[in-house]
Design a protein around this ligand. Structure first.
Ligand code: FA5
Length: 345
Protein backbone atom coordinates (compact mmCIF):
# COMPACT_ATOMS: atom_id res chain seq x y z
CA UNK A 1 0.00 0.00 0.00
CA UNK A 2 2.89 2.33 0.78
CA UNK A 3 4.28 1.76 -2.67
CA UNK A 4 0.88 2.84 -4.10
CA UNK A 5 0.99 6.02 -2.01
CA UNK A 6 4.51 6.72 -3.33
CA UNK A 7 3.32 6.08 -6.87
CA UNK A 8 0.46 8.60 -6.42
CA UNK A 9 2.88 11.25 -5.15
CA UNK A 10 5.37 10.55 -7.95
CA UNK A 11 2.61 10.74 -10.59
CA UNK A 12 1.45 14.09 -9.17
CA UNK A 13 4.95 15.61 -9.25
CA UNK A 14 5.63 14.42 -12.79
CA UNK A 15 2.21 15.57 -13.98
CA UNK A 16 2.72 19.09 -12.54
CA UNK A 17 6.10 19.32 -14.25
CA UNK A 18 4.80 18.05 -17.61
CA UNK A 19 1.87 20.47 -17.61
CA UNK A 20 4.17 23.41 -16.85
CA UNK A 21 6.34 22.41 -19.81
CA UNK A 22 3.43 22.07 -22.25
CA UNK A 23 3.85 24.81 -24.85
CA UNK A 24 0.99 24.13 -27.25
CA UNK A 25 -2.35 22.35 -27.65
CA UNK A 26 -0.78 19.18 -29.07
CA UNK A 27 1.59 18.61 -26.13
CA UNK A 28 -1.28 19.30 -23.71
CA UNK A 29 -3.40 16.68 -25.48
CA UNK A 30 -0.53 14.15 -25.21
CA UNK A 31 -0.42 14.79 -21.42
CA UNK A 32 -4.18 14.25 -21.16
CA UNK A 33 -3.88 10.88 -22.92
CA UNK A 34 -0.80 9.84 -20.85
CA UNK A 35 -2.43 10.60 -17.48
CA UNK A 36 -6.21 10.70 -17.90
CA UNK A 37 -6.78 8.59 -21.04
CA UNK A 38 -8.40 5.12 -20.97
CA UNK A 39 -5.02 3.48 -20.37
CA UNK A 40 -3.48 6.56 -18.71
CA UNK A 41 -1.41 6.44 -15.53
CA UNK A 42 -4.13 7.83 -13.22
CA UNK A 43 -6.80 5.57 -14.74
CA UNK A 44 -4.51 2.55 -14.18
CA UNK A 45 -3.94 3.61 -10.57
CA UNK A 46 -7.73 3.83 -10.13
CA UNK A 47 -8.05 0.28 -11.52
CA UNK A 48 -5.50 -1.00 -8.99
CA UNK A 49 -7.80 0.17 -6.13
CA UNK A 50 -10.00 -2.83 -6.84
CA UNK A 51 -7.31 -5.20 -5.52
CA UNK A 52 -7.08 -3.43 -2.13
CA UNK A 53 -8.96 -4.28 1.04
CA UNK A 54 -11.79 -2.07 2.27
CA UNK A 55 -9.55 -0.52 4.91
CA UNK A 56 -6.83 0.26 2.36
CA UNK A 57 -9.39 1.66 -0.10
CA UNK A 58 -10.57 4.12 2.59
CA UNK A 59 -7.01 5.42 2.96
CA UNK A 60 -5.84 5.48 -0.67
CA UNK A 61 -9.16 6.26 -2.41
CA UNK A 62 -9.31 9.96 -1.37
CA UNK A 63 -5.64 10.43 -2.39
CA UNK A 64 -6.38 9.05 -5.85
CA UNK A 65 -9.53 11.18 -6.19
CA UNK A 66 -7.52 14.29 -5.25
CA UNK A 67 -4.89 13.36 -7.85
CA UNK A 68 -7.53 12.99 -10.56
CA UNK A 69 -9.27 16.31 -9.71
CA UNK A 70 -5.91 18.07 -9.45
CA UNK A 71 -4.84 16.67 -12.87
CA UNK A 72 -8.10 17.80 -14.51
CA UNK A 73 -7.99 21.32 -13.10
CA UNK A 74 -4.25 21.81 -13.89
CA UNK A 75 -4.91 20.60 -17.43
CA UNK A 76 -7.83 23.05 -17.91
CA UNK A 77 -5.93 26.01 -16.48
CA UNK A 78 -2.92 25.40 -18.71
CA UNK A 79 -5.24 25.09 -21.73
CA UNK A 80 -6.73 28.52 -21.00
CA UNK A 81 -3.27 30.10 -20.59
CA UNK A 82 -2.13 28.62 -23.93
CA UNK A 83 -5.31 29.79 -25.68
CA UNK A 84 -4.80 33.34 -24.33
CA UNK A 85 -1.16 33.36 -25.48
CA UNK A 86 -2.21 32.16 -28.93
CA UNK A 87 -4.83 34.93 -29.27
CA UNK A 88 -2.33 37.59 -28.21
CA UNK A 89 0.20 36.36 -30.76
CA UNK A 90 -2.43 36.34 -33.49
CA UNK A 91 -3.51 39.91 -32.65
CA UNK A 92 0.14 41.03 -32.74
CA UNK A 93 0.66 39.32 -36.08
CA UNK A 94 -2.35 41.10 -37.56
CA UNK A 95 -1.12 44.46 -36.27
CA UNK A 96 1.89 44.14 -38.55
CA UNK A 97 0.03 44.27 -41.85
CA UNK A 98 2.39 44.94 -44.71
CA UNK A 99 0.43 46.83 -47.39
CA UNK A 100 3.27 46.42 -49.88
CA UNK A 101 3.03 42.63 -49.91
CA UNK A 102 2.05 41.51 -53.42
CA UNK A 103 -0.98 39.21 -53.40
CA UNK A 104 -1.24 37.24 -56.62
CA UNK A 105 -4.65 35.91 -57.74
CA UNK A 106 -6.52 38.78 -56.12
CA UNK A 107 -9.74 39.22 -58.11
CA UNK A 108 -10.22 42.85 -59.14
CA UNK A 109 -13.58 44.18 -60.25
CA UNK A 110 -13.91 46.01 -63.56
CA UNK A 111 -16.10 48.76 -64.96
CA UNK A 112 -19.32 47.71 -66.67
CA UNK A 113 -19.28 48.10 -70.44
CA UNK A 114 -22.01 50.79 -70.10
CA UNK A 115 -19.72 52.87 -67.90
CA UNK A 116 -16.85 52.44 -70.37
CA UNK A 117 -18.76 53.51 -73.46
CA UNK A 118 -20.67 56.34 -71.74
CA UNK A 119 -17.39 57.76 -70.40
CA UNK A 120 -15.89 57.73 -73.89
CA UNK A 121 -18.97 59.40 -75.40
CA UNK A 122 -19.00 61.95 -72.57
CA UNK A 123 -15.33 62.83 -73.20
CA UNK A 124 -15.93 63.36 -76.92
CA UNK A 125 -19.05 65.51 -76.54
CA UNK A 126 -17.69 67.63 -73.71
CA UNK A 127 -14.52 68.25 -75.75
CA UNK A 128 -16.84 69.64 -78.46
CA UNK A 129 -18.53 71.99 -75.95
CA UNK A 130 -21.66 69.93 -75.23
CA UNK A 131 -23.09 69.62 -71.69
CA UNK A 132 -24.65 66.44 -70.35
CA UNK A 133 -28.40 66.60 -69.69
CA UNK A 134 -30.69 64.03 -68.07
CA UNK A 135 -34.41 63.41 -67.87
CA UNK A 136 -36.80 61.02 -66.10
CA UNK A 137 -37.23 57.45 -67.32
CA UNK A 138 -40.89 57.54 -66.21
CA UNK A 139 -42.10 60.27 -68.51
CA UNK A 140 -45.37 62.04 -69.34
CA UNK A 141 -47.20 61.49 -72.59
CA UNK A 142 -46.71 65.22 -73.24
CA UNK A 143 -42.88 65.18 -73.31
CA UNK A 144 -42.55 61.74 -74.93
CA UNK A 145 -45.09 62.43 -77.70
CA UNK A 146 -47.16 65.65 -77.83
CA UNK A 147 -44.32 68.15 -77.42
CA UNK A 148 -42.44 66.17 -80.09
CA UNK A 149 -45.21 66.78 -82.61
CA UNK A 150 -46.72 63.30 -82.16
CA UNK A 151 -50.34 63.94 -80.99
CA UNK A 152 -52.53 61.03 -79.84
CA UNK A 153 -54.04 60.47 -83.28
CA UNK A 154 -50.65 60.50 -85.04
CA UNK A 155 -49.77 57.19 -86.75
CA UNK A 156 -46.09 57.69 -85.74
CA UNK A 157 -47.08 56.59 -82.20
CA UNK A 158 -47.25 53.07 -83.61
CA UNK A 159 -43.48 53.24 -84.27
CA UNK A 160 -42.94 53.33 -80.50
CA UNK A 161 -44.32 50.24 -78.77
CA UNK A 162 -45.07 52.04 -75.56
CA UNK A 163 -45.12 50.62 -72.03
CA UNK A 164 -47.74 52.65 -70.13
CA UNK A 165 -47.58 52.87 -66.35
CA UNK A 166 -51.32 52.09 -66.06
CA UNK A 167 -54.39 52.02 -68.32
CA UNK A 168 -55.71 55.33 -67.02
CA UNK A 169 -52.63 57.49 -66.55
CA UNK A 170 -50.67 59.56 -69.03
CA UNK A 171 -47.39 58.28 -67.57
CA UNK A 172 -45.18 55.90 -69.54
CA UNK A 173 -41.64 54.51 -69.68
CA UNK A 174 -39.92 56.80 -72.16
CA UNK A 175 -39.58 55.17 -75.56
CA UNK A 176 -36.60 57.34 -76.57
CA UNK A 177 -34.35 60.05 -75.15
CA UNK A 178 -35.95 62.72 -77.37
CA UNK A 179 -38.31 63.99 -74.56
CA UNK A 180 -35.21 65.50 -72.93
CA UNK A 181 -34.98 67.86 -75.94
CA UNK A 182 -37.96 69.96 -74.79
CA UNK A 183 -37.02 69.60 -71.10
CA UNK A 184 -33.49 70.91 -71.85
CA UNK A 185 -34.87 73.82 -73.91
CA UNK A 186 -37.23 74.78 -71.06
CA UNK A 187 -34.47 74.55 -68.45
CA UNK A 188 -31.55 76.10 -70.35
CA UNK A 189 -32.98 78.21 -73.22
CA UNK A 190 -31.04 79.01 -76.43
CA UNK A 191 -28.30 78.75 -77.58
CA UNK A 192 -27.93 75.17 -76.42
CA UNK A 193 -25.65 72.17 -76.92
CA UNK A 194 -26.48 69.04 -74.91
CA UNK A 195 -26.09 65.28 -75.15
CA UNK A 196 -28.33 62.88 -73.25
CA UNK A 197 -27.31 59.28 -72.55
CA UNK A 198 -30.10 57.29 -70.92
CA UNK A 199 -32.30 54.21 -70.66
CA UNK A 200 -35.31 53.75 -72.91
CA UNK A 201 -38.05 51.11 -73.01
CA UNK A 202 -40.20 49.54 -75.70
CA UNK A 203 -42.75 46.75 -75.61
CA UNK A 204 -40.77 44.62 -78.06
CA UNK A 205 -39.76 40.99 -78.39
CA UNK A 206 -36.03 40.56 -77.83
CA UNK A 207 -33.49 39.19 -80.28
CA UNK A 208 -29.76 39.67 -80.86
CA UNK A 209 -30.18 43.35 -81.79
CA UNK A 210 -33.42 44.30 -79.95
CA UNK A 211 -34.12 44.55 -76.26
CA UNK A 212 -37.16 45.87 -74.37
CA UNK A 213 -34.81 47.99 -72.24
CA UNK A 214 -31.95 49.62 -74.13
CA UNK A 215 -30.10 52.94 -74.15
CA UNK A 216 -29.94 55.86 -76.48
CA UNK A 217 -27.81 58.96 -76.74
CA UNK A 218 -29.58 62.09 -77.87
CA UNK A 219 -27.75 65.13 -79.21
CA UNK A 220 -29.28 68.61 -79.50
CA UNK A 221 -27.70 71.78 -80.82
CA UNK A 222 -29.59 75.09 -81.07
CA UNK A 223 -28.25 78.43 -82.26
CA UNK A 224 -28.82 80.96 -85.02
CA UNK A 225 -28.45 79.70 -88.62
CA UNK A 226 -27.87 76.04 -87.78
CA UNK A 227 -27.89 73.87 -90.89
CA UNK A 228 -27.64 70.24 -91.99
CA UNK A 229 -23.93 70.91 -92.69
CA UNK A 230 -23.40 71.44 -88.93
CA UNK A 231 -25.19 68.16 -88.20
CA UNK A 232 -23.07 66.23 -90.70
CA UNK A 233 -19.80 67.75 -89.45
CA UNK A 234 -20.70 66.97 -85.81
CA UNK A 235 -21.71 63.38 -86.57
CA UNK A 236 -18.48 62.82 -88.50
CA UNK A 237 -16.30 64.32 -85.77
CA UNK A 238 -18.02 62.23 -83.09
CA UNK A 239 -17.79 58.92 -84.99
CA UNK A 240 -14.16 59.51 -86.07
CA UNK A 241 -13.19 60.17 -82.42
CA UNK A 242 -15.09 57.16 -81.07
CA UNK A 243 -13.76 54.68 -83.63
CA UNK A 244 -10.35 56.40 -83.79
CA UNK A 245 -10.58 56.52 -87.60
CA UNK A 246 -9.54 59.60 -89.58
CA UNK A 247 -11.89 60.83 -92.31
CA UNK A 248 -14.68 58.37 -91.62
CA UNK A 249 -17.26 58.68 -94.42
CA UNK A 250 -20.97 59.00 -93.59
CA UNK A 251 -24.03 58.44 -95.73
CA UNK A 252 -27.16 60.54 -95.31
CA UNK A 253 -30.58 59.19 -96.30
CA UNK A 254 -33.97 60.93 -96.10
CA UNK A 255 -36.24 59.57 -93.37
CA UNK A 256 -39.22 60.60 -91.29
CA UNK A 257 -39.48 61.53 -87.60
CA UNK A 258 -42.30 63.98 -86.70
CA UNK A 259 -40.02 66.07 -84.47
CA UNK A 260 -37.48 66.97 -87.15
CA UNK A 261 -37.85 68.56 -90.60
CA UNK A 262 -36.16 67.43 -92.74
CA UNK A 263 -35.62 64.00 -91.16
CA UNK A 264 -32.55 61.92 -91.94
CA UNK A 265 -30.89 58.68 -91.16
CA UNK A 266 -27.13 58.66 -90.91
CA UNK A 267 -25.04 55.60 -91.72
CA UNK A 268 -21.27 55.53 -91.36
CA UNK A 269 -18.63 53.74 -93.39
CA UNK A 270 -17.80 50.40 -91.83
CA UNK A 271 -14.66 50.94 -89.68
CA UNK A 272 -13.76 47.23 -90.03
CA UNK A 273 -13.57 46.77 -93.80
CA UNK A 274 -13.33 48.54 -97.15
CA UNK A 275 -15.04 46.00 -99.36
CA UNK A 276 -17.88 44.69 -97.15
CA UNK A 277 -18.02 42.31 -94.18
CA UNK A 278 -20.68 40.50 -92.13
CA UNK A 279 -21.04 43.47 -89.74
CA UNK A 280 -22.00 45.90 -92.51
CA UNK A 281 -23.87 43.14 -94.37
CA UNK A 282 -21.50 43.59 -97.33
CA UNK A 283 -22.75 47.15 -97.92
CA UNK A 284 -19.71 49.02 -96.55
CA UNK A 285 -22.05 51.15 -94.35
CA UNK A 286 -23.61 50.64 -90.92
CA UNK A 287 -26.97 52.24 -89.98
CA UNK A 288 -26.58 54.30 -86.87
CA UNK A 289 -28.91 57.14 -86.04
CA UNK A 290 -32.03 59.13 -86.71
CA UNK A 291 -31.45 62.87 -87.06
CA UNK A 292 -32.67 66.11 -88.60
CA UNK A 293 -33.33 69.80 -88.08
CA UNK A 294 -35.51 70.44 -85.02
CA UNK A 295 -39.17 70.98 -86.00
CA UNK A 296 -40.51 74.52 -85.26
CA UNK A 297 -43.33 72.95 -83.14
CA UNK A 298 -40.72 71.39 -80.84
CA UNK A 299 -38.77 74.67 -80.52
CA UNK A 300 -42.01 76.48 -79.62
CA UNK A 301 -42.88 73.85 -76.97
CA UNK A 302 -39.42 74.43 -75.48
CA UNK A 303 -40.04 78.20 -75.34
CA UNK A 304 -37.63 79.01 -78.19
CA UNK A 305 -38.62 81.26 -81.11
CA UNK A 306 -38.20 79.29 -84.39
CA UNK A 307 -37.95 82.57 -86.34
CA UNK A 308 -34.70 83.37 -84.52
CA UNK A 309 -33.23 79.98 -83.71
CA UNK A 310 -32.81 76.69 -85.51
CA UNK A 311 -31.16 73.48 -84.45
CA UNK A 312 -30.32 69.90 -85.18
CA UNK A 313 -31.00 66.75 -83.18
CA UNK A 314 -29.90 63.16 -83.44
CA UNK A 315 -30.46 59.94 -81.50
CA UNK A 316 -28.64 56.64 -81.68
CA UNK A 317 -28.71 53.28 -79.92
CA UNK A 318 -25.90 53.07 -77.36
CA UNK A 319 -25.71 49.26 -77.27
CA UNK A 320 -25.65 49.04 -81.06
CA UNK A 321 -22.70 51.44 -81.12
CA UNK A 322 -20.86 49.49 -78.39
CA UNK A 323 -21.61 46.23 -80.23
CA UNK A 324 -19.87 47.57 -83.34
CA UNK A 325 -16.94 49.02 -81.39
CA UNK A 326 -16.28 45.89 -79.33
CA UNK A 327 -17.53 43.21 -81.74
CA UNK A 328 -20.39 42.04 -79.45
CA UNK A 329 -22.89 39.83 -81.23
CA UNK A 330 -25.89 39.86 -78.83
CA UNK A 331 -27.47 42.91 -77.16
CA UNK A 332 -28.87 40.72 -74.34
CA UNK A 333 -25.33 40.25 -72.97
CA UNK A 334 -25.44 43.84 -71.64
CA UNK A 335 -27.92 42.90 -68.90
CA UNK A 336 -27.10 39.19 -68.69
CA UNK A 337 -24.71 39.40 -65.69
CA UNK A 338 -22.49 36.82 -67.33
CA UNK A 339 -19.08 37.22 -65.66
CA UNK A 340 -17.14 35.82 -68.61
CA UNK A 341 -18.60 38.70 -70.70
CA UNK A 342 -18.33 41.47 -68.10
CA UNK A 343 -14.74 40.66 -67.14
CA UNK A 344 -13.53 41.57 -70.64
CA UNK A 345 -14.06 45.31 -70.08
C1 FA5 B 1 -35.73 57.31 -82.27
O1 FA5 B 1 -35.89 56.77 -81.18
C2 FA5 B 1 -35.61 58.82 -82.38
N1 FA5 B 1 -35.94 59.42 -81.14
C3 FA5 B 1 -34.20 59.19 -82.85
C4 FA5 B 1 -34.05 60.62 -83.27
C5 FA5 B 1 -33.59 61.56 -82.37
C6 FA5 B 1 -34.44 61.01 -84.57
C7 FA5 B 1 -33.48 62.90 -82.75
C8 FA5 B 1 -34.35 62.35 -84.94
C9 FA5 B 1 -33.85 63.28 -84.07
P1 FA5 B 1 -35.50 55.04 -83.55
O2 FA5 B 1 -36.77 54.48 -83.12
O3 FA5 B 1 -35.06 54.77 -84.94
O4 FA5 B 1 -35.48 56.65 -83.40
O5 FA5 B 1 -34.35 54.58 -82.53
C10 FA5 B 1 -33.05 55.13 -82.58
C11 FA5 B 1 -32.01 54.03 -82.38
O6 FA5 B 1 -32.28 53.32 -81.17
C12 FA5 B 1 -32.03 52.94 -83.46
O7 FA5 B 1 -31.28 53.32 -84.55
C13 FA5 B 1 -31.39 51.78 -82.75
O8 FA5 B 1 -29.98 51.93 -82.74
C14 FA5 B 1 -31.87 51.97 -81.30
N2 FA5 B 1 -33.00 51.06 -81.01
C15 FA5 B 1 -34.31 51.20 -81.35
N3 FA5 B 1 -35.05 50.16 -80.89
C16 FA5 B 1 -34.20 49.35 -80.23
C17 FA5 B 1 -34.34 48.12 -79.49
N4 FA5 B 1 -35.52 47.52 -79.30
N5 FA5 B 1 -33.23 47.56 -78.92
C18 FA5 B 1 -32.03 48.16 -79.08
N6 FA5 B 1 -31.82 49.32 -79.73
C19 FA5 B 1 -32.89 49.92 -80.31
Amino acid sequence: MNSLKDEIQKTKTELEHAIKQASNEESLETIRITYLGRNGRITTLMESLKKLSLEEKRLVGPLLNDLKLCAESLWCERGQVLMHEHLCQEAKRQEHFDVTVYRPNTALGSLHIYTHIIRQIEDIFTSMGYARADGPEIETEYYNFDALNIPAIHPARDMYDTIWISDFSNMLLRTHTSPVQVRAMEERGAPLAVFVPGRTYRHEATDATHDFMFSQVEGLFIDKNVSIANLIATSKAFLSALFEVKDLAIRVRPSYFPFVEPGLEIDFSCPFCTTGCSLCKKSGFIELMGAGLVHPHVLRCGGIDPDIYSGFAFGFGLERLAMIKYGINDIRLFHGNKLSFLEQF
